[in-house]
Ligand binder design. Structure first.
Ligand code: FAD
Length: 505
């Protein structure tokens, strides 16, 4: 993972002529050199943990205090995180990186943290985009979980797999594919994010219409907390009281460290087919997605770009600004060949009846080819001085138009693109990408957060709360909700060493 950007530096995506033209003509961005400082020129301050503490940590886990390891565990991958580290800002750099190999190691690290008063930040893939890895603490360690990287069990009868949490998306899929199975969770950060991070941040993948969100796939878990171990989940559903798994899902490391997860698995699909559709406008496309979510049939991938996102996407094919491109939808099917054929035919009939025009497989193949590529483009845009960031929200279908309008109104004067990519019978999520020449992002983000809450949306559908959404989250759940969270925190982490300042208001 690049220390100052996204993913594998070898896959860096240079800006095409059409994107440079779009930046200049639409946004007034005059390309300039904003390349990051050199890694070797960044000097984090000396670790604030005493030699005795580091020695004690070294007895229970691998410990690294070298500058490179600490820099590589600084913050997450939001644009503000990247801009900070690109200019060599080490204000969010951990004092040490600790790499446990077992659940017991994690318990020992939490015990030492409670005894010596330093904070612990569970670190999966480090791809948080909500400030989930920057605790408010005088001294903290990044608890890098990469050595917890095994598939512990595959239960073919129940179609579940128990995985250690440090497995990254591709390795988990590779290990399960060897047995003929898939989890089916493919967020855009799939290549770098971890199984534990998917659960801790309630991630949602690009195939969520077919496979479900990650939290819907989790049926069991083991969690190390400063006050002991929680083992949860004896079946997919149970009436034995409130479901405590739901307290841990989305808890962003503030209540405990998830060390293993049992997730539902499905057979690797025989067929994958992605196609493009055009709708005359966003409202017509959204209505079609709603009908499919409510009355079926349900494709595996279902996403709809608004007019602006469609237009910018077409810039790649040199038709930028030409005529009325409408709105592009990608509709995909995965499964056994016969079942996919039937589902596709039925979906075609519904989409045509709702005003859709079939565009064939070319747009679908192009989407599949580039589905993990956009974050590389962000690095290139930052390199020439443009600003790019994303945010997302969710609401009931009846409120989608008002929420969409409210977010756009909160970001005047910038290029704001939107798509719907996660749908349910009652609700949908809206995902926005903002590209601009200049912006005070803290101010803009506060304005958007307030607009989302005022318009009745939830502050996040799948990125989580972190530090960036904490104030808005408090408004969303109200004072009593905040008190419940604090009570849970007090009982699982009485010394407050786990991710202080993240999630819990
Ligand atoms: C380019 C890009 C694209 C993205 N696309 C998507 C997307 O399509 N869908 C989506 O849902 N999200 C997406 N994200 C957000 C992010 O990838 C997800 O939130 C992901 O689930 C984080 O996983 P991670 O392993 O990187 O977690 P990290 O970033 O390491 O951690 C996230 C939070 O969870 C905590 N945590 C991590 N592991 C554990 C654990 N084992 N136990 C307890 N707490 C833990 C951390 O302390 C932190 O607070 C994207 C991010 C980027 C940068």
């Amino acid at each position: 993972m690049s220390w100052s950007g996204w993913g594998d530096p070898a896959k860096a995506t240079p800006l095409s002529e059409s994107i440079t033209t779009l930046l200049r003509e639409l946004l007034g961005v005059e390309p300039r050199d904003e390349a990051p400082v050199a890694l070797a020129d960044i000097a984090p301050p000396a670790p604030r943990l005493g030699e005795d503490v580091l020695a004690a940590l070294g007895k229970v886990a691998e410990v690294r205090t070298d500058a490179e390891a600490r820099i590589r565990h600084t913050g997450g991958k939001s644009t503000p995180d990247l801009l900070r580290i690109r200019r060599g800002d080490t204000s969010q750099t951990p004092d040490a990186v600790v790499l446990p190999a077992t659940h017991e190691d994690v318990l020992s690290v939490l015990e030492l943290a409670t005894e010596h008063g330093f904070a612990v930040v569970p670190f999966g893939g480090g791809t948080s985009v909500v400030g989930g890895l920057a605790p408010q603490a005088p001294a903290f360690v990044a608890l890098d979980l990469r050595r917890l990287d095994e598939v512990l069990e595959v239960d073919e009868v129940s179609r579940t797999a128990t995985l250690q949490v440090g497995l990254r998306g591709p390795r988990a899929e590779e290990l399960l594919a060897g047995r003929g199975y898939t989890i089916g969770h493919f967020p855009q950060s799939f290549e770098w994010a971890s199984i534990g991070g998917f659960a801790a941040a309630r991630s949602s993948g690009q195939s969520s219409a077919g496979y479900g969100r990650f939290d819907e796939l989790v049926v069991g878990m083991t969690v190390a907390t400063p006050t002991g171990t929680l083992v949860l989940g004896r079946a997919q559903k149970s009436a034995a009281g409130p479901d405590l798994r739901q307290l841990i899902l989305g808890s962003e490391g503030a209540f405990g460290v998830i060390t293993s997860l049992t997730v539902r698995i499905r057979p690797v699909p025989e067929v994958k087919l992605y196609e493009g559709w055009r709708f005359p406008d966003f409202a017509a496309g959204a209505a079609a997605l709603r009908v499919l979510s409510q009355d079926g049939p349900m494709p595996t991938v279902l996403r709809l770009s608004d007019e602006t996102e469609t237009m910018v996407g077409l810039a790649r094919t040199e038709s930028i600004g030409e005529g009325d491109s409408g709105c592009l939808a990608i509709v995909g099917y995965e499964g056994q060949a016969g079942e996919v054929a039937v589902r596709r035919d039925r979906t075609h009939a519904v989409l045509v009846s709702l005003g859709g025009t079939a565009l064939g497989s070319e747009p679908g193949e192009s989407w599949e080819h580039g589905r993990f590529g956009a974050p590389y483009l962000r690095d290139s845009l930052l390199d020439v001085g443009a600003f790019v960031e994303t945010l997302e929200t969710t609401t009931f279908w009846s409120n989608v138009p008002a929420l969409y309008a409210a977010v756009k109104a909160a970001l005047p004067g910038h290029l704001v693109m939107c798509h719907i990519s996660h749908v349910y019978a009652s609700s949908a999520s809206l995902y926005f990408t903002i590209v601009t020449a200049r912006i005070d992002w803290d101010e803009a983000k506060t304005a958007v957060n307030e607009a989302i809450i005022a318009a009745g949306g939830s502050i996040s559908h799948h990125h989580g709360v972190g530090t960036e959404h904490k104030a808005a989250y408090a408004e969303e759940i109200g004072p009593l909700g905040v008190e419940v969270l604090r009570a849970v925190k007090r009982s699982l982490d009485p010394a407050g060493i786990l991710n202080p300042g993240i999630l819990v208001p």
